[in-house]
Every structure is written in structure tokens, then in C-alpha cells.
Ligand binder design. Sequence first.
Ligand code: AMP
Length: 198
Amino acid sequence: MPTPPPLRSIAVFSGSNYGFNPDYMAGAQALGLEIAKRGIRLVYGGTDKGLMSVMADTVLAEGGEVVGIITRLLFDLGHLHRGLTRHEVTPDMRSRKTRMSESADAFIALPGGLGTFEELFEAATLTQLGEHHKGIACLNIGDFFNPVRTLLDHAVKEGFMKTEHSQMLILDNDPAALIDSLEQWQAPTVTKWIGPAA
Ligand code: AMP
């Protein structure tokens, strides 16, 4: 197998809230530290809210590069983080996701809500269809993403997904191990479709 090129930038999807358990904030900081230590550019939603801001603040405090890609609506509401290395304002959420995806070599999800899940699953769907070949990982702070693994296993068991695509999503609670896995990641070579039951 050829060695994959090193990751230069990672898009992180994460909650615009903090979550109740302080472990979520600690995990977001730990991921920020690891990203900065490796000199990887952080691409994220550009806001000063929730775990998103905790992670961005950590990377910036370590002298790292942080690019925020924010929608016009959220920008006009005053949600832009004012200390970023650089930011872009997009007309809407769809174009923002496209820009985040274009700007990143891989994706990581931190705990979050609907916005985070939607971004995570869209990135995985595009890899599954072969529109891009980028690894996707979840920082499994406090086992937050275990129900996602359970749901994907259920979809495999019921014949709606292949194991290779379910296993594509890397889950780990250690940021260094998570990024190491993304560095080594190889896209599945199987097609998405499963033949009719015999
Ligand atoms: P949620 O998990 O529902 O809090 O949504 C978080 C995701 O939706 C982030 O990864 C962002 O892309 C987007 N998002 C939600 N709220 C904001 C905000 N105030 N500023 C920027 N992006 C946001």
C-alpha cells in the first residue's frame, strides 16, 4: 500500500454548546493541543461558541493556524471568533460545508448536536460515494459516539451498509491516536451497493 500524504489541515465539526460534562471541554482542549503540536491547520465553523471556540482558542494559544468558515447569517448575528488567523463568510450552510471540505485533508467530529451529526454524516457519505477520499474520525469523549457506532452496526446487520463503510468512521478517545489513525487511513475499495438477498 502506498503511504498516504501527511495531513496538512483537518476540519473539525463540533457542538456550538459546551455539553454538561466538563470532560467535553477538556477533550476539545486536548484535541486543540494535539493539532497545534503537529502543525496541522484547523478548519472549523468560525464561531466563538461552545466546544468549537474552546478548540479554536487552544490552537490559537499554542500559535497554531485556525481558519473559520462561517455563514452570512451567523456572521451577521455576531458569532464570528475575532481572533482567527483567517476567516471566510459563505452565503449559506451548504456552501460552507463545501468550503470546509475543500479546505481539509480529513475530518474530526467532537461531541455536538444536529449540526455536528449532519456534517459528520455528510463527510462520510461523500467518502462512501467516492466524491472525496478523506478519513473521518470521532473523538469519543466519555463514549459520546458509542450510540453512533451502534446505529451503524444496526444498518450493517439490516443490509443497508457494508461493514467496510461502517468501520470507516474511526472512534477513539485519545486525540494523538485518533490523528495517527487518520494519517494511516485508506479509503475502502468496495462499492456501496449490496446485492438483493438470495
Ligand atoms: P450543533 O452540533 O447543532 O451545535 O452544530 C454545530 C455545527 O453546526 C458546527 O460544526 C457548525 O458548523 C454549525 N454551527 C452551529 N451553530 C453555529 C454557530 N453559532 N456558529 C458557527 N457554526 C455553527
